[in-house]
Design a protein around this ligand. Structure first.
Ligand SMILES: [Zn+2]
Length: 189
């Protein structure tokens, strides 16, 4: 038995190294998070279940702080995205987006837009509004909660800041989504 000891240790070490390499690749490329469908990628028609659940949680947590927030947009079809993109370019109005159809996380059910509701029930986009009177802008309070829940905020973008926009990318780029990668519906936390 003694003369095999060295060999056995080598095999175990080699196995462990292989295991770590496998786990690294698995984590790094996100195979535990994504499914690759390619051309057969299911057509998305609604908010991703995790994004939907986290959005509801966000509204509830904001309410607990006496902030009345409303979600003004969630899933957006490619056609609607194209129409929005045309606004301010081919049609009248201000430019509201820099993404064409298929280029926005909204098109994959991974983004929401929000607004505040004032005392009269009007939707407002005033980022300095302090409806609950705690000397912190309600907008900032919402963003803090949203980030805790795992959202990325459009206000952090360097170019074209999109203050009402929150998204969950699950580490997927728009290019990957276009290629047919999809986040798994349920991800263990
Ligand atoms: Zn948005």
């Amino acid at each position: 038995m003694k003369r095999y000891r060295g060999t056995i240790i080598t095999i175990i070490l080699f196995g462990l190294v292989l295991l770590f390499i496998f786990l690294f690749i698995y984590q790094y490329f996100g195979y535990n998070k994504y499914i690759y469908y390619g051309k057969d990628a299911p057509i998305i028609t609604e908010l991703h279940p995790i994004v939907s659940a986290k959005s509801k949680e966000l509204v509830e947590k904001a309410n607990q702080k006496n902030i009345s927030m409303v979600i003004t947009e969630s899933f957006r079809s490619t056609e609607r995205q194209d129409k929005l993109y045309a606004q301010g370019r081919k049609t009248e109005g201000n430019i509201v987006t820099h993404a064409q159809g298929g280029e926005s996380y909204h098109n994959y059910g991974l983004a929401i837009d929000f607004a505040l509701e004032d005392e009269e029930g009007n939707y407002i986009w005033d980022t300095a509004y302090d409806g609950n009177g705690n000397h912190i802008a309600d907008w900032d309070e919402i963003v803090i909660i949203a980030k805790e829940l795992g959202f990325e905020w459009g206000g952090d973008w360097r170019s074209f800041k999109d203050y009402p926009h929150l998204q969950m990318t699950f580490g997927l780029s728009i290019k990957q989504l276009q290629r047919g990668l999809r986040p798994k519906t349920e991800i263990a936390e």
